[in-house]
Design a protein around this ligand. Sequence first.
Ligand SMILES: NC(=O)NCCC(=O)O
Ligand SMILES: [Zn+2]
Ligand SMILES: [Zn+2]
Length: 484
Amino acid sequence: MTKVIKNGTIITHDLTYKADVLIDGGKIIEIGPDLQGDEQLDATGCYVMPGGIDPHTHLEMPFMGTYSTDNFESGTRAALSGGTTMVVDFVLPGQGQGLVDAMKTWHNKSTLASCDYSYHMAVTWWGEKVFDEMPTVINDHGINTFKHFMAYKGALMVNDDEMYASFSRLGELGGIALVHAENGDVVAELSAKLLAAGNTGPEAHAYSRPAQVEGEATNRAIMIADMAGVPLYVVHTSCEESHEAIRRARQQGKRVWGEPLIQHLTLDESEYFNKDWDHAARRVMSPPFRNKQHQDSLWAGLQAGSLSVVATDHCAFTTEQKRYGVGDFTKIPNGTGGLEDRMPMLWTHGVATGRLTPNEFVAVTSTNIAKILNCYPRKGAVLVGADADLVVWDPEKEKTIQASAQQSAIDYNVFEGQTVKGLPRFTLTRGHVAVHDGEMRTQEGHGEFVKRAGNGATNKALSSWKELTAPRPVERTGIPATGV
Ligand SMILES: NC(=O)NCCC(=O)O
Ligand SMILES: [Zn+2]
Ligand SMILES: [Zn+2]
C-alpha cells in the first residue's frame, strides 16, 4: 500500500521546494507534483523534512550504580513524538569485556525500539582483545564510530596512551574516534577539594567541571587524533574553550566535528543555583550547563559551520535516582533528557529567532550527522531511494512542555513550562506513520539496526593526505663514514 504526502514544502539541507512525496515499502519512490497514493497525508502549511537523527543517546545505560530510566521502548517513542526517526546509542563494554560480547547486550536491549537505531562502540579499556575485535566491529557489525571517555576517572575513563593506541588503530581501519572531552584527573581533584570544603550540593558539580577542563581535553584529543591520523568527533561541546579548539582545528584542515546539545544551547548555569535541591540535581550532567557567553558561542558555531550537529545525550534519571547524591554531589547520576524536545526547542530558539535557516535546521538535526556516520542518503535525505524517515513539520503548532504529557518515562522535564512553536504533524519511520496529528501510533519492534560501513569519504581523504605527508627518510649520496 502506497502513501503520499501532499501539498507540503520539502526542506532539505540545500533546497526548499513544493512537491508531493510518494512512499512504498518504507522507501521514498517518487517526488513531484500531483502524486497519488492509497493513503494520503495532508501537509498543507507544513514542511516535509528528513526525520531527525539524534547521534547521542544512552538508553538503559548502566551508570553510577543504576540504569538510565528511558530504555529503547520509551526512548524511541519519545524520539518519534518530537520528530526524531533514528537514534545512535553507545555500547559500553565492561572492564575486560569483548566488544562483540557487549554489543550483543545492546542488541538484547533494543528489540522493542519503534524507530531505527545504530550504535557507537565505547573503548572503556585497552588491550589485545579490543585491538583484535575492532576490525570485526567495523566490517562485520557495521559500527564505525568508537567513543573514548576522557572523564569519569576510575570508571569509563581512558588515558592518553590508550587513546593514542585506539585512535591509531581506528585510523588504520577507517573508523572515527569520538571523545567525551573533559580532563578527568582535574575533575577528580576539584571534586575532592569541593567536598572537603563542605560543597556537597548539585551546584558543586558545575564548579568541579569548569570550561577549562573541557577546553584542555578537547585540544588534547584533537592533537592526539591528528598524530594518529583519525577523524575526530567531539560530543557535547558546551563551551567557547572547546568550540575554539574545534574551530581552530577545522580552519587548519583537520578532520574534526563538534556536537553541541540542545540543553547547552537553551539552558544555563543558573539552574544549579535553584534553592530546590531536586530542581538543581535533575539538571546535573557532564559537561554542566554554562553561561550566556558560552551559549552565544555555540549558536555562532552552528551558524558558521564550525559546529556540525545538535544532539541530546539523552540519559534520563528519575528524581529518586538523582537523590542518590544527597549529601555528595559526585553521586548524583549524571545525565538529562531531551530526545522528545530537541527538534521543537531548536526550531523555536533557532529558526523562529533567525539564528538558523530551515535548511540549516535540517543540516544540524539530520543530514550532517548522516554524512558523518556514513549512512547518507539512506538516512538524512528526502530523495528517491532513501528510507521514508520523514517529519511533516507544522510551524504553527504550539505546546507547553510538561512532564505529565511526555513519552519519556521520567517524572520531570528539564524544559518544563517552555512553550515551543513548531511540532510534527506526522512522523514517519520507514513509511509507518508513528505520529498522526498528535496521536501516537508507534509500533514496538518496528525499529531496525542501521549498519554503517567504515572507511567513508573523510577517512579516505585523511588517509591519502597522511600517506602523502608521512615522514620519509631523505635519500642521500656521499654519506660520511661512521666516526671512530
Ligand atoms: N552526559 C552525562 O552527564 N551523562 C551521560 C554520559 C555521558 O555522555 O557523559
Ligand atoms: Zn559524555
Ligand atoms: Zn553521552
